[in-house]
Design a protein around this ligand. Structure first.
Ligand code: ADP
Ligand code: ADP
Ligand code: ADP
Length: 213
């Protein structure tokens, strides 16, 4: 399967991804994770992306299309993939369709994590992450057994620098202005499944698996 997850920051894309990935043996490509790794490693890509990311703005289409093009060539992605956080603009969606058309494939489903903005600040400011595994916790909704420590590896959790109420505002603005039109783009192709992303995680999982069956 070739899937896209679209939703505002905090809508639950990263939480549902591992479940979908394991169910269908797909590779998980999250442009945000790749960009944060590049920033941490101070690669040329990371240096170019950092300023926009810190402000909660999108990085340029060329940069992200380049990393996705590269990542999709991995052997583990040949059976199918989950794109999490990409495409974020209509230009990125068009470029993606071109890349897939060259391989004679296309997107099977776009999962739209629909949710009210009002819920997201609490989700984002309470988020704790274990970057090596991608496991996500929440101080209130999914607390780790020991505060600040990953349940499985016992390694420390981190909070993202852009997970503040203030940066969230620009991230939401970018979502509504630049990413919502992408949902419309795929609606016209008839491949969008609507999720009720404000529901508890288990209920969202049920909806996801139903929409993919
Ligand atoms: P995204 O990848 O879309 O930005 P995450 O999956 O990281 O969002 O979720 C953001 C935060 O909200 C995390 O701390 C996560 O534990 C929590 N969360 C995810 N899904 C739900 C849900 N359905 N209900 C309550 N909290 C959730
Ligand atoms: P979120 O929790 O908001 O879904 P991500 O981890 O997907 O966050 O993205 C974090 C930041 O990385 C974004 O605010 C943006 O600056 C950058 N970014 C990630 N993916 C893209 C993309 N497809 N296009 C442009 N910028 C991106
Ligand atoms: P308490 O009510 O014990 O003072 P909080 O209100 O700070 O705790 O947090 C509520 C839940 O979030 C607790 O179950 C706790 O395990 C979890 N939690 C607290 N701090 C962190 C942290 N740094 N990272 C992840 N989860 C945390």
């Amino acid at each position: 399967k070739r899937l896209i997850l679209i939703g505002p920051p905090g809508s639950g894309k990263g939480t549902q991804s591992p479940i979908i990935k394991d169910e269908y043996c797909l590779c998980h490509l999250a442009t945000g994770d790749m960009l944060r790794a590049a920033v941490a490693a101070k690669t040329p890509l990371g240096i170019k992306a950092k300023e926009a990311m810190d402000k909660g703005e999108l990085v340029s289409d060329d940069l992200v299309v380049g990393i996705i093009d590269e990542a999709m060539k991995k052997p583990s992605c040949q059976k199918g993939f989950i794109l999490d956080g990409f495409p974020r603009t209509v230009v990125q969606a068009e470029k993606l369709d071109e890349m897939l058309a060259k391989q004679g494939t296309k997107i099977d489903k776009v999962l739209n994590f629909a949710i009210d903005d009002a819920i997201l600040e609490e989700r984002i400011t309470g988020r704790w992450i274990h970057p090596p595994s991608g496991r996500t916790y929440h101080t209130k909704f999914a607390p780790p057994k020991v505060p600040g420590i990953d349940d499985v590896s016992r390694e420390p959790l981190i909070q993202r620098k852009d997970d503040t109420a203030e940066v969230l505002k620009s991230r939401l603005e970018a979502f509504h202005r630049q990413t919502e039109p992408v949902i419309n783009y795929y609606n016209k192709k008839g491949v969008v499944a609507q999720l009720h992303a404000e529901k508890p995680p288990k209920d969202v999982t049920t909806e996801v698996l139903k929409s993919l069956s």
